[in-house]
Each structure stands twice: as structure tokens, then as C-alpha cells.
Design a protein around this ligand. Structure first.
Ligand code: AMP
Ligand code: TRP
Length: 411
């Protein structure tokens, strides 16, 4: 099983190996300094903690409340457009499952992002529920993580507007994804929301004072913008200026760090090893969707693009397809890079393709079974999403309060 150490902490200027805290299953495993405030809170079965920290859940046990105070926070989301594919899973969702043991986690379905390009109104609702069900099927555990729909927590949009006033247009115009997507939409015809999309994403992150954001490589630039924006707003409105307005002073926002996996951060298309696997690619043959049948997966892998070199190897720039398929095999089989190198160095494509197909099918089968179970019970998902939104709203409201106070609003 993967651990948080398998992820690298990546920011614009440095690559750090993430520290390796022991997975925390519950508060009782926390080593607490005897006699300290924290151990007093942990031992406290009365409701004093609620008085001290009113933003904590009133029916949470004291140890749970303590844990939430101490844990660093992780947030992430996927758009409910098209179907979730192996790239979304290996680049993002699979890592969430590892992180939920160590951090306080909030995972949302970013439906407000899904309307930035023309979309099918008949599909959005279903895609939103399906995406939520897939989160759970992939192993997101609601006893550890909050799962909710972005549009169910109004504060995302409110914070986006507040942040927009501090965002220079130039920052948005230079985003690679905006340039690519707006070109496809015919330049001037692209919606304003396509331009302002990174401000909404920054709001998603800053709203929860997130420490880490696990995403695939393609989101790194948006994360950098969120960091810059947090710093800018802290400088413009935080510190002594905020204190004069009756606030706490200091920083309003935390500066979030992207968490980008070492392997799987950029899963490539099955039909072109130089393009990323994507929901919007016209050919379904280019991606493996998490809910594809066994036969379809085997067929897609059988027909995927390869090369005419002998043997298989990682990291040869002339063999992007080979590197991609070996990396996918490495993750889904749970083997190390060295083990895969050794196993496959003399293997032909004819032998490797069925091996890869079997490993992908074996990895995805339990996810597909759980997905069927979860979607069979409609009320269950509604309850999960409603509880998730309640928890998220609690945190979000305090951030909105702070920022509005610091920006001088009449509260
Ligand atoms: P999206 O499909 O744009 O909503 O992406 C959801 C998450 O999946 C984000 O964290 C992306 O960075 C990640 N992701 C999307 N495509 C890929 C890919 N081909 N390889 C790795 N990660 C990806
Ligand atoms: N923009 C991201 C994507 O397309 C999805 C996203 C929206 C997100 N808000 C987020 C990811 C906040 C992490 C944190 O992949």
C-alpha cells in the first residue's frame, strides 16, 4: 500500500520529499505530552472544548475534536465531466485514499468548474452523483474524509468574488490551460468563467485553510496562482490593518502546497504517448475509464500505441508510450520501479499487453463492485453529501467572516 512518502511535495522552486508521519487511525494513537493543554482536551469528556473552539462539531468526541485541531488539512476535487479515467485515479484520487489516514481531508465534486465549457444540462446532475460514488468506491472513507458537492457550499462562489478583486487579469491570461481551452472555444467566444476558473479553484483551496492539495501535474500552475493570490491578499488586508478592524491580525490565508505524485502525475493517452489522458479527447480509445468493462479494457490495451524497439524500458524519451504503460503497470500492480524494470526488460509487447490488461482489470474490479453497491442505494449518497457539505460550510463560514472583516465589510 502507498504511503504519504510516495508523494513528493512540489512547489515552483523546489522538490522535497514529504515527511512521513505515522498514519493516524484515531486520536487515541496520538502521543500527547502529559499535562499539556492538548492532553487535557483529549481527556476531557465534558464539553469545554466546544467553548474553547466553537467551530468544532458539537457532537464530536473530545479526542476527535483534538485531532481535527492538530491535523494538517488536505483538499482536492475532480470535475463531473465525462467519465473518470485512469489519469484522474492515479494522478489524484488514489492518493487521496492514502492521505485520509494522516490528514483531515475534504474532497469535493467541482460542479461549478464543469460549467466553464459548454456542457449537457441533462448530464450534470448524474455526473455529479456518479463522481461522488466513484470517490467512495475508490476508497475515500467518510469516517475520515468529508465528501461534498462544491455548489452545495455557497461560500466557494462568495470567496471567488472577494478574491477576484485582488487578482490581476494578467495572471489569468497567462494560464496555459486558459490559453489552450479558449483557443479551442474560438478565442473571444470563450466564456468569462474559463478565464476566471483559477480564482474559483483558489477559493476552493483557501476557503478551508488547506495545507496540501493532491493533484496531477496539469494543475501545478493553478496551484501556484492560488499561492500567489493567498500571499497577495494577506499583504493587502492581513496583519495590523486587519487587527485595527477588530480582527485577529496576522495572515488571513494559509499558503497551500501542491502534492504531486512521483508516478502517475501525468498518465498519457493510450493512442499517443505525448498527450495526456483526458476526458475531453474525442476518442474513447485513448483512455481507460474506471467503469469500463473487462473486455473493453483488454481491447483498449490490445490496440494501444506501442513502438518497434526490443524489450521494455522506463525513461527513454524516444519511447513515451513504453514509459507510460510501464508506469501504469507499476502502480496498479503495486510493484516497485526496479521490480518492473527487471520483470519487463526482455518482454515483448505481445506478452506485456495481456499482463498489463490483467493488472488493470484486477485493480479496477473491486472499485467497480463497490460503485454498483453505492449507487444501488440512492439515499445513502445524499446523506453522505449532505453531511459533508455541513462540515465544509462550518469551516468555510469562518474564513469568509475573516476575509470580509479584513476587507472592511459592514458585518
Ligand atoms: P479533471 O479531470 O480536470 O477534473 O482532473 C481531476 C484531477 O485529475 C486533477 O488533480 C488532475 O490533475 C488529475 N488528472 C487529470 N488528468 C490526468 C492525467 N492524465 N494524469 C494524471 N492526473 C490527471
Ligand atoms: N481544476 C481542477 C481540475 O480540473 C479541479 C479542481 C477544482 C481542484 N478545484 C480544486 C483540485 C481544488 C484541487 C483543489 O483538475
Amino acid at each position: 500500500m502507498a504511503h504519504a512518502t510516495d508523494l513528493i511535495l512540489s512547489s515552483s522552486s523546489r522538490l522535497l520529499t514529504l515527511y512521513s508521519p505515522p498514519p493516524l487511525q484515531n486520536a487515541h494513537q496520538l502521543p500527547l505530552p502529559p499535562g499539556s493543554l492538548v492532553s487535557a482536551i483529549a481527556a476531557d469528556s465534558s464539553d469545554n472544548t466546544q467553548t474553547l473552539f466553537p467551530f468544532l462539531d458539537s457532537d464530536a468526541t473530545a479526542p476527535t475534536r483534538l485531532l481535527l485541531l492538530l491535523l494538517k488539512r488536505v483538499v482536492s476535487g475532480v470535475q463531473p465531466t465525462g467519465s473518470i479515467h485512469l489519469g484522474n485515479y492515479l494522478g489524484a484520487i488514489k492518493n487521496w485514499v492514502t492521505l485520509q489516514d494522516t490528514y483531515e481531508t475534504l474532497f469535493f465534486i467541482v460542479d461549478l468548474h464543469a460549467i466553464t465549457l459548454p456542457y449537457d444540462v441533462q448530464e450534470l446532475r448524474k455526473a455529479t452523483r456518479d463522481t461522488a460514488a466513484l470517490y467512495l468506491a475508490c476508497g475515500v472513507d467518510i469516517s475520515k474524509a468529508s465528501v461534498f458537492v462544491q455548489s452545495h457550499v455557497r461560500a466557494h462562489v462568495e470567496l471567488m468574488w472577494l478574491l477576484s478583486s485582488s487578482t490581476p487579469i494578467g495572471w489569468l491570461q497567462k494560464m496555459t490551460q486558459f490559453k489552450e481551452k479558449s483557443r479551442k472555444e474560438g478565442g473571444e467566444n470563450a466564456s468569462v468563467s474559463l478565464l476566471t476558473y483559477p480564482v474559483l479553484m483558489a477559493a476552493d483551496i483557501l476557503l478551508y485553510k488547506s495545507d496540501f492539495v493532491p493533484v496531477g501535474e496539469d494543475q501545478k500552475q493553478h496551484l501556484e496562482l492560488a499561492r500567489d493570490l493567498a500571499q497577495r491578499v494577506n499583504n493587502l488586508y492581513g496583519g495590523r490593518k486587519w487587527k485595527k478592524l477588530g480582527g485577529r491580525g496576522g495572515s488571513i490565508f494559509k499558503i497551500p502546497e501542491p502534492l504531486i505524485p512521483q508516478v502517475g502525475a501525468r498518465v498519457m493517452s493510450l493512442t499517443d504517448g505525448l498527450s495526456k489522458m483526458s476526458k475531453s479527447a474525442p476518442s474513447d480509445q485513448s483512455r481507460i475509464n474506471l467503469l469500463d468493462s473487462k473486455d473493453l479494457i483488454a481491447d483498449k490495451i490490445k490496440r494501444c500505441k506501442t513502438d518497434s524497439f526490443a524489450g521494455l524500458e522506463f525513461d527513454n524519451a524516444e519511447r513515451p508510450e513504453c514509459n507510460n504503460l510501464l508506469s501504469v503497470y507499476q502502480i496498479v500492480s503495486g510493484k516497485t520501479k526496479e521490480e518492473v524494470m527487471e520483470e519487463c526488460k526482455d518482454t515483448s509487447w505481445g506478452t506485456f499487453k495481456p499482463l498489463l490488461a490483467d493488472a488493470v482489470i484486477e485493480h479496477l474490479s473491486p472499485i467497480q463492485v463497490r460503485y454498483e453497491e453505492i449507487t444501488a442505494e440512492a439515499a445513502y449518497l445524499d446523506k453522505v453529501l449532505s453531511e459533508g457539505a455541513d462540515r465544509a460550510t462550518e469551516i468555510a463560514e469562518s474564513t469568509i467572516h475573516n476575509l470580509k472583516q479584513a476587507m472592511g465589510f459592514y458585518l
